[in-house]
Design a protein around this ligand. Structure first.
Ligand SMILES: [Zn+2]
Ligand SMILES: [Zn+2]
Length: 389
């Protein structure tokens, strides 16, 4: 089959690789109908996250048709059209039983690569480094889905691929970020980053009852989308002296009740902190630039909630004293997609949520390297590039 392979830092190529096979009776094989780029892919494409190997098939957000199942697969049938969350989960361990799916104890065979860094291993992800299990990714004609009964969600009739594909990651991640804020009637939520996850966090905050959502970014076309498609008020941080002051002004001096960071380690900024972070990151002294997260910590109202969705590794100058003195609640996770996807499919089916506008750029799989280049540089207003094998 054809698949998009990582062959080194900033070196992606579509190649012919062996077809996936059923290797465990709980597996299914999917014929991929659509997959999408994700900001977190850029971290290993650029070489900031290690444990990639030459020839790895990448891609962790996808949907498709079930073409083969192992003999222990009971709920999923051949011919089912399904969407699959990025994290592979067993459904049976203590973490899965408690809805903490991305922390599943049974799906990362390379625990020894994560334990020195995290203390305990997370679940595995498709196409996302050997530290996250070394599973083949989904920018391919076919993909193996382990634990198919837990991880495949049947798509209701009548929905297009573009409406459903983002339920693989961006939608449940954004929704979880809003859910973490424990939104009460009248709440104002601020969201840093208007990429796919940020836009979905904005819409989710409204679905969960927020009165106002304020979006912060620097790209005018993304802020426009946040306003028009997601109904947010907006701040372009390159056009204000201080995001903190702007947010204070917009909230009668109190600050947002919940702050969602949907940016992560490649955050851009304008201040001295940012210049310092950028220089250090370029020299690999530390991995993360944390401008947006520090802004969120400062801007959050006293006693508010900080919800971290951006992907981070290590960061210095993390203002834990601000969190402590202001009594913030910090919540964070990689997406617990399996917990949210049924509810999200329901929203999409009822027309309460239509994430299809995130698919700004379409490419055949063969042109995936071009798609990633446009996505990476945010050219031409690209929010997400989607691929059809
Ligand atoms: Zn993703
Ligand atoms: Zn599990």
């Amino acid at each position: 089959m054809r698949a998009l392979c990582w062959n080194g830092v900033n070196d992606l190529q579509v190649e012919t690789v062996p077809d996936p096979e059923i290797i465990n009776p709980h597996d299914a094989i999917l014929r991929v109908t659509m997959s999408t780029t994700c900001g977190s892919d850029l971290h290993f494409i650029d070489g900031y996250i290690p444990t990639m190997r030459k020839g790895d098939v990448i891609g962790h957000e996808f949907m498709g048709e079930v073409v083969e199942i192992g003999h222990e697969v009971k709920k999923v049938k051949k011919g089912d059209r399904v969407v699959v969350p990025s994290f592979i989960v067993c459904g049976a361990c203590w973490y899965c039983q408690h809805g903490l799916y991305s922390l599943c104890d049974n799906t990362n065979p390379n625990a020894e690569l994560q334990e020195p860094v995290l203390g305990y291993p997370t679940a595995g992800i498709y196409g996302y480094t050997h530290a996250f299990g070394g599973y083949a990714g989904a920018h391919a004609q076919y993909v193996r889905v382990p634990y198919a009964d837990n991880d495949c969600f049947r798509v209701p009739e009548g929905l297009r691929d573009e409406q459903v594909i983002f339920l693989s990651d961006a939608v449940p991640t954004g929704f979880m970020g809003a859910d973490f804020c424990n939104i009460q009637p009248g709440d104002t939520i601020a969201v840093w980053g208007c990429g796919g996850v940020g836009l979905m966090a904005i819409q989710s905050a409204y679905l969960l009852g927020a009165e106002r959502v304020i979006a912060i970014d620097r790209f005018p076309e993304r802020l426009q989308m946040a306003k028009e498609k997601a109904g947010a008020e907006t701040i372009n941080y390159t056009e204000v002296d201080s995001v903190l002051e702007a947010l204070k002004e917009m909230t009668g001096g109190r600050g947002p009740d919940g702050c969602i960071d949907a940016v992560g380690m490649e955050a851009h900024g304008t201040g001295v902190d940012y210049m310092y972070d950028r220089a250090k990151q370029a020299l690999r002294f530390h991995t993360d630039r944390g401008e947006s997260l520090r802004q969120a910590i400062m801007a959050c109202r006293k006693g508010g909630t900080l919800s971290i969705l951006g992907v981070y590794g290590l960061m210095d100058k993390f203002p834990i004293g601000v969190i402590m003195n202001k009594g913030l609640t910090v919540r964070s996770a990689q997406q617990h997609g399996q917990k949210y996807v049924p509810r999200l499919l329901d929203y999409v089916q009822k027309g309460q949520l239509d994430p299809s506008y995130l698919a700004t750029h379409h490419f055949p799989l063969e042109e995936a390297p071009v798609g990633y280049a446009i996505f990476k540089h945010k050219e031409d207003g690209c929010v997400r590039a989607v691929f059809k094998p």
